[in-house]
Every structure is written in structure tokens, then in C-alpha cells.
Design a binder for this molecule. Sequence first.
Ligand code: OOG
Ligand code: MG
Length: 254
Amino acid sequence: MIAADTVEELAGRLDTALTSCADTPSLAESHTFALDDAYAIQAALLARREARGERVTGVKLGFTSKAKMAQMGVSDVIVGRLTDAMRVPDGGEVDLARFIHPKVEPEVAYRLSRDVDPDDPAADIERCVDAVAPALEIIDSRYRDFRFTYEDVVADNTSAAGYALGAWRPVQDVSNRAVRLVGPRTEAVGSTAAILGSPVRALHALLDMCRRRRIPLGAGQIVLAGAATAAVPLGPGVTRCDVAGLGSVGVRGL
Ligand code: OOG
Ligand code: MG
């Protein structure tokens, strides 16, 4: 492990990039750190945000698509935290000036209706979710040109920057649903099958990660299961995500 003051220094660098909307070079350019360190930096970054009054609202998975894993040369998902400050109402405005170089991803969200006990080997995460919704995730790497190592992106709270949720539906099988992301100048088409074969697998991967990383999963929290297509730049105008049979959700970049 790197020293505790180095964890704080690196979290501080990312926090400054976040709050001043100014990118920072990859931490790996100047420091050698391992995955455990990266999650410690992420936790320190979250602690700073919570000290400013932000409240954790859920968790997100990243690299749940084979394409993204292959691109990063990894075989494991990453987990980050969502806060109330990141929430954008469905159809709500997003001030693009708050971000460095925002991109948007079409996702599926689950809602936890019960606490998940990470120490219970028989915990059944599927029974702890009661609703599912189409979602948009805004990612905004704090690193220059979105260039980062696997450890870098974990430290940077997995590029999490914003999210919007469509209407909640009763929990149902959402595997292999067509997904469309439509923006003023972009369109991406995919399937929920890109999310680990089926978004429900993301729930199981999440429980495994949360056990390993001691991340609590509580009733009322939301889970973003991961992107169904490649991310596209978020620009001015309306960007919507449609998930077949689930409905849609949109945000308006300003
Ligand atoms: C990391 C975040 C990836 C996803 O859904 O795969 C992610 C990044 O690509 O910047 O959120
Ligand atoms: Mg995502």
C-alpha cells in the first residue's frame, strides 16, 4: 500500500480537478500504486465530497461490456459511488460548463429495496431489488483526454459525474433488450446483452465487488449496471436513452 498521506494527496489532486473543471494527468505517470490503493483513493475522494454535504445515493459498475474490458486489457468490473449532487432529473438541464469533457452512456438502473448483507454468504441480491429503470450515466474523466490506467480510473471514482433515471418499473428480466442512445449529433445502438451478457449479472458482480471492497449496499440505493454501448460526447441539446419495453430517459445539455 502507498502511504496514507499519498492517498490523501492523490485524492486531493482528483478533487481539485473535479471542483475546478480542469483535467489532471494520469496519476500513474507520477506514482506507482496498486488496485487496493486506487480504491483507497476513491474512498478518500468520496469522504471529501461527503464532508461538503454530498450524500451517497448508490453505486455504479463500469467495464461491464466485453468491448470495454478488452480495450482496457482487463477482465474485472470496476465499482464507483453515486451521490445526490450527480443526480439530474429526467428531462433536466445539464450545465456542460460544470464538466471537463462529458460523455454519456445508456444504462439500466436497479433500485435496492433492502440492505444487502455482504457478510451473509447466502445473500440474494436479486431479491433485494424491487424496480428497474432506463438510465443515462454522464462520465467525465478527470484525466486529460480520458487517458488513464485501470488503477487511475478506479481512483477517479470510475469517471462518475452524473446520472438520470427514467420511470421505475417492477423488476423484470431485461436481458437482450434493444438500447438506443440518441443525441443531437450522435446515435448509438446496442443491447442490454452487452452488459455482462445480461444486466442481472451486473448485480451479482456488484455483490462480489462490494464484498471484496467493503462497500455497503443499502435499501433505497440505486445501482447503475454499466453501459450498453460505447460512450458518446454529451453536447448541447437533448440526449435520450431508450430501452425496449422499459421506456426512456433524457437530459438537456446547455
Ligand atoms: C470509465 C467508466 C466506465 C461503464 O459503464 O463502463 C463506465 C470510463 O470509461 O471513463 O461507466
Ligand atoms: Mg457507466
